[in-house]
Design a protein around this ligand. Structure first.
Ligand code: AVI
Length: 345
């Protein structure tokens, strides 16, 4: 490792690939609002206030996933460090404040850190601060929308010739349907490259008692309700819509057959919502009392089910670590076995 003094002014570098297309967003939202079961993508939960409300959710007593995942990293960190490649390019999907990945730097000793989020603006402060703490580690901020597939842009794809460690914690995979999750994992598998030993370290929430799950998504303080309702304020801005918060209630129900929490916003009375579509045309939708806007799915997996999914996506020999109550699991799955006898020809 080069000495810190050799890189007195090392700075993170940034590449912004994604550019928000307001018209496309308005088109997507209009289509979803006009479906028989109105729905919208959970990505609209995360405006500036929504992102802060989500951070508050992770501290709630009922919301066990974040805390439990942290316990698993703490208890099994050294076993994980044995499994993952050393000196890898660590690619952190949905990095946000970069806290989870950076807590693993000492154990995993990456050669390069690539923090990925939808906008480099979310990454700038965190990466600049992290760079001061780790002056010799090469750092990149990458702004891409990887929700519909992950492709590394040329400067990063070309640089990361050694092993790659893709990191996707937080059970965000649960916000995809199983079909979407499989398609997404296939693109992650491709992004791992061909180097032996590269792979994916991913956090997955496990199926469990309905009461525990519903409390995690409908907490006593009402933070998750605020997180869900805030989506309507976001839609009002994006669509010039006239949703009124007092007309809607937060609902979170676990479907034991589909193994998913469904979050909805349910109309408290019959009402009509009006908005402007991507062409600027006036649109409206009538909701009867009790009808809803479906805002999020959060799928819960079994160990066996998720291992199979990883294998279907092309990964091999998945291994996993859980907490004592088996609430949550962290999986490691490699693209191929690391070669122990040098390169094979
Ligand atoms: C980001 N994602 C993994 C969270 C989850 O648990 O599905 C989002 C969330 N929705 C309500 N509470 C938390």
């Amino acid at each position: 490792m080069p000495h810190a003094a050799q890189h007195p002014s090392r700075q993170p570098q940034f590449v912004q690939v994604y550019h928000e297309d307001q018209e496309a967003l308005r088109h997507e939202l209009t289509l979803g609002l006009l479906e028989p079961q109105a729905h919208c993508s959970p990505k609209f939960l995360y405006d500036a206030l929504g992102s802060r409300l989500f951070e508050a959710i992770t501290e709630l007593p009922e919301y066990y996933p974040t805390r439990t995942e942290a316990t698993i990293f703490k208890s099994h960190g050294s076993a994980m460090a044995q499994a993952v490649p050393r000196g890898a390019t660590l690619i952190d999907l949905g990095a946000g404040n970069c806290q989870k990945a950076s807590s693993l730097f000492d154990r995993f000793q990456p050669q390069r850190y690539v923090a990925v989020d939808i906008s480099v603006d979310f990454l700038r402060d965190a990466l600049e601060c992290l760079q001061r703490q780790h002056p010799t580690l090469e750092m990149w901020g990458l702004g891409v929308d990887f929700s519909s597939g992950l492709q590394l842009p040329p400067p990063i794809d070309d640089l990361a010739q050694g092993p790659r460690l893709l990191f996707y914690p937080g059970s965000s995979i649960g916000n995809f349907t199983p079909d979407q999750a499989l398609a997404f994992l296939r693109t992650v598998h491709a992004a791992c490259g061909l180097q032996a030993g590269s792979g994916l370290l991913i956090g997955v929430d496990l199926a469990k008692d309905t009461g525990v799950l519903e409390a995690a998504y409908d907490d006593a303080l009402g933070v998750t309700a605020a997180f869900n309702l805030n989506l309507l304020l976001h839609l009002n801005r994006l669509l010039q819509a006239d949703f009124r918060l007092e007309d809607w209630r937060h609902l979170a129900r676990y479907d034991t057959v589909l193994q998913r929490i469904e979050m909805h916003l349910q109309a408290r009375r019959s009402l009509t919502v009006r908005w402007r579509d991507d062409q600027g045309s006036a649109r409206e939708r009538r909701f009867m009392a009790g009808q809803s806007l479906h805002t999020e799915n959060s799928y819960k997996w079994t160990i066996a089910g998720f291992s199979t999914l990883l294998q279907q996506a092309g990964f091999r020999d998945p291994q996993h670590w859980t907490d004592d109550a088996q609430r949550f699991a962290v999986f490691w799955a490699a693209v191929s076995r690391p070669s122990t006898n040098g390169p094979r020809f």
